[in-house]
Every structure is written in C-alpha cells, then in structure tokens.
Design a protein around this ligand. Structure first.
Ligand SMILES: Nc1nc2c(ncn2[C@@H]2O[C@H](COP(=O)(O)OP(=O)(O)OP(=O)(O)O)[C@@H](O)[C@H]2O)c(=O)[nH]1
Ligand SMILES: [Mg+2]
Length: 491
C-alpha cells in the first residue's frame, strides 16, 4: 500500500467502499439485505427458506413480482465479497428438507447472492432498467449490533453501565461472582495476565448465564464474548469492565490500564471493522425476534428484549449518535421487525403476536423517530412445521396445531420419539399486549404470564411431485416479508 493510503481516515475508506458499491450497482443493480436477530432467533432458517421458495417456485401470493409472473429467472451467483464466508445454503436446505432436522447454529457473518431477472411492471421502467436485481443477503449476529453503542463510550462509561445493569432483577444473582471478584482485585497494582484472564472469564460466565435457556435475558455487550469465533483467547477479548473506578487516570502498567487498552482494542479491531465493512453498506434490514420465547419466560425477559431491541433499532437510525452518522454515506431505508416461529400458534393468534411485537418496539420506534413506510412489524414462520386442526375438549372446540415434536421433547410427562405426531393446544396470547408488560416491581402478584405450551417440532415432511421434484418449504407470511423488503425494487 503506498504510504499516502495509510493516511486515509476510516471515513474516507468507508466513503470509497460505498462508492465502489454504487458504481458496480449502476452496472448490475444490487440490494444488500441484512438479516439479523439474537442467537437462535431464526436467521439461518429464514434465509434458507426464502431462497428455497424463490428458487423452487414457492407459494408467494403476496410477493407481487412472482405472483404476476414477471420474474423469468432466479439463480444463485457467486457473491462479490471474496473474504466473507458464503452462506451454506445447500447444507442448510439438505438438513431441513432431506433430513428434517434444523440447521446447525451459525456463529459468524455469512453472505449469499441471489439474482432475479424480471420484467418491470411499468413500461417506462422497462425501457431504462436492465430488469435484473442481485440481492446480497448478509446473515450476521444481532449481538454484534449491540456493540455499536460502545463506539461512543469510554472505558469508564462502559464499566459503569455494565455494573449498573448487573445489579438489576435476575442479573443480580448471576453477576454476584464477577462483581465480587472485580471489586476485590487491586486494579492499580501492576497488571498480571492471570488476573486479567480470571476476571474476563468470570465476566463471560455471567454473560453466558444471562443468555441461558431458562433465563433468556438478552445479551449485553461486548457481543463477541459469547461468540468469539477466531478471536477466542486474543487480548482484545480478554478484558472485563471494572466497576467503581476511582477518579483520575489509570496508573501506567496497572491492571486498570491494561483493561482499558484492551477495551479500546476491541472497539478498533472488532467493532469498527464490522461497522465499516458490513453494516454501513446495508440497504435493507430484517430483524428476527423470538418473541414467543420471551413471552413464555415472563415479563423480565420481555422487558429485557425490549431494551435490546431498542439498542438494535437505534443503530439503524444513527442520527442520535454522531460517531455512527459520521460514518454513514447511505442509509438503511427499510427495516422489518419479524416475530418468527408463528407456526407454534394457531392462526387466530397470529395477529395477537403481531400486536405484542408492535408493542415491544413501540417505545424504541417513538424515541428514535423511525416510522412510516420505512418500518413494518410482522409475525411470520420461515418454515411452517405444523398444520392446524380443532379438537373437542369437554364440550369446547379448541384450535390446535399438529406437528412432530423433536425426539426427547416432553409434554405433561410424555416424551416424544421424533416420529410420532401430536396435537397441541398452545394456549392463548392475551388480546391486550400491555398485560404482558406489567410493571413487576409494583404488582409482583399480578404477573400475567400466559400459560403456554411449547415444544420444538421437526421441520415438516415435504411432498415430492412427480419426477422427484420437491415442493418448496411451507411458510407463513414469508411472501409478505419479501414484498416489503425488496418488492419495490422489482416494480
Ligand atoms: N417451528 C419453527 N421453528 C423455527 C423456525 N425458525 C427457526 N426455528 C427454530 O429456531 C432454531 C434456531 O433457528 P436458526 O435459524 O438456526 O437461528 P439463528 O438465528 O440462525 O441462530 P444462530 O445461528 O445460533 O445465531 C431452529 O433450530 C428451529 O428449532 C420456524 O420458522 N418455525
Ligand atoms: Mg444461524
């Protein structure tokens, strides 16, 4: 690299990146679609099903371009970014369709390009547009977005915030070990690597405990502590916030100074590159959330998810954050918040799930002033693993869902073998979403957690048509999501 290049600031590099994107987009129109959500929200399944439905002529009545027969050819193409892992579509779809198991958890960023040849609906556009759109789908962990606010926080602020949060609700108990250790070490004494490691490990254990299945609190930054990938064990990941920092500056060579330096390294080497190379280049974004799981865990999980979502959404509207806005040369103009796994509910409850999800993001949306055409909220199932039925129970007709529970799942003491189907009455979601968000502190006895029964189902059996061709993956409202996310670019 010639020496003058190194003088480029981050801003200039980013501007160059997006310019290059734009130039190539003129030749071949592209849309970068970010797919995110906290771990296990359903990102991999969403992308796999979306692509499968596009490639295999899925039932997509609300997706206008396909419904009206204007799309002539859809294919996967090599992605333009050579250094980013490819989204392993074929492996995931084999698991889903052939083996009827859910794809493995994915812990890093990946990308896939799908290209559509279409005929514009308007004669005018037909004249000027090449009638080809490439969609670069980028799958990345929502936890990484929670890191973006760190860019504007110094070590002292980050430490104080983390410590404050650690002392609320369920977190109090989970953070006890870490907090005790953090206040007992002498942070002004010369740094010892072993101390740094122990502190970082105890801090990570606390973050992991919050995230565990029984509690399902949303993640706090730093996001990579739970998903280190190839950074595992590196100094940039071996630090811990320090509660109760004394005034003044860290003494040279102290543990405090070491932690502070590593925190800054985390921002420089982990957070900024993600922001610059991936996030800042997105055009559209879908955020998947497992609202059902949070509802099922009770108000604290729900409130916690609300907070995490507010942080996630704030990164899409960086007006309030000068660092972020200084980086942006283009803006994400459409964001879809989708509650996933709606196939766990009878369709009568889908609208209720949607309303609860709206309620979940309402405050954040108001605060950051994001609304109108740029934002939508839906309840979807990328893969519909159940079908609906009704049963008579004590003279009542109950709406139920029928599916094959995964081997080992239990309901009322009955354990399933992964082959047998069963009908389940999931329970009712409340009509009024507010009842789920009751202030626990003021009325602990009124906690209105609905009595819901959830089991994990196997992916559905997919019929073969003649000639061994599999039909596409069944879904709920996936076409509505497609229409919102890129329908206008095929108009
Ligand atoms: N019934 C049903 N289950 C789903 C659906 N989507 C996801 N799931 C379940 O949720 C789990 C997680 O889905 P993934 O797509 O792997 O989630 P992810 O966000 O990619 O998770 P990580 O890669 O771990 O971050 C799956 O293993 C399924 O059990 C859906 O549409 N219907
Ligand atoms: Mg995944």
């Amino acid at each position: 690299m010639p020496p003058f290049m190194t003088r480029f600031t981050d801003d200039a590099r980013l501007a160059l990146d997006t310019l290059t994107d734009r130039a190539s987009s003129l030749v071949n129109p592209t849309l970068r679609l970010g797919v995110t959500g906290l771990s296990r929200a359903g990102k991999t399944v969403f992308i796999s099903s979306l692509v499968h439905n596009l490639l295999n002529g899925g039932r997509l009545p609300v997706f206008d371009a396909v419904r009206s027969g204007r799309v002539s050819k859809i294919r996967l193409e090599p992605q333009p970014d050579d250094a980013v892992p490819r989204f392993q579509y074929e492996d995931h779809i084999t698991a889903l369709v052939r083996d009827r198991v859910w794809p493995d958890s994915t812990r890093a960023i990946s990308q896939l390009r799908i290209t559509l040849d279409y005929e514009s609906a308007s004669g005018w556009n037909r004249l000027f547009s090449p009638g080809r759109l490439s969609i670069d789908i980028v799958d990345y962990p929502g936890e990484w977005l929670l890191d973006l606010p760190l860019l504007t926080q110094d070590f002292r602020t980050f430490s104080a915030r983390t410590a404050d949060q650690a002392k609320t609700g369920m977190r109090t108990e989970l953070s006890a070990d870490w907090l005790a250790m953090a206040v007992s070490v002498d942070i002004t004494a010369p740094a010892v690597e072993a101390d740094a490691r122990r502190l970082a490990e105890t801090f990570t254990l606390y973050l992991k405990a919050c995230k565990s299945d029984e509690r399902s609190l949303s993640t706090l930054p730093p996001g990579r502590f739970l998903m280190p990938g190839d950074l595992e064990g590196s100094p940039a990941l071996t630090f811990s916030p320090l509660p109760a920092l004394p005034d003044g500056r860290a003494p040279k060579g102290s543990l405090w100074a070491m932690m502070e330096r590593r925190y800054e390294a985390y921002k420089t080497h982990v957070v900024k590159p993600f922001y610059r190379e991936h996030f800042a280049r997105l055009d559209r974004q879908i955020v998947l959330i497992d609202a059902l799981q949070a509802i099922n865990r009770g108000p604290e999980s729900l409130l916690d998810l609300e907070t995490a979502l507010a942080d996630v959404l704030a990164s899409f509207q960086p007006g309030t954050n000068s660092f972020l806005s200084s980086f942006l040369t283009k803006r994400i103009d459409k964001v879809l918040i989708a509650a996933t796994k709606a196939d766990h509910l009878h369709h009568e409850s889908h609208d209720r799930l949607e309303r609860i999800t709206e309620r979940l993001v309402h405050r954040a949306v108001e605060r950051i002033g994001m609304s109108g055409a740029g934002l939508d909220v839906m309840a979807i199932a990328s893969v519909r693993a159940t079908r609906e039925a009704t049963v008579n129970h004590d003279g009542h007709v109950l709406p139920v869902i029928v599916g094959t529970p995964i081997a080992g799942e239990t309901i009322n003491g009955e354990t399933f073998n992964g082959e047998r189907k069963t009908a389940i009455f999931t329970g009712d979601l409340p009509k009024n979403p507010d009842s789920l968000f009751q202030d626990l502190a003021s009325k602990p006895e009124e906690s209105l957690v609905p009595d819901l029964t959830f089991v994990r189902f196997r992916p559905p059996h997919i019929e073969e048509t003649g000639g061994g061709l599999k039909l596409s993956v069944p879904h709920i409202r996936l076409d509505r999501a497609m229409q919102f996310l890129f329908g206008d670019r095929l108009a």
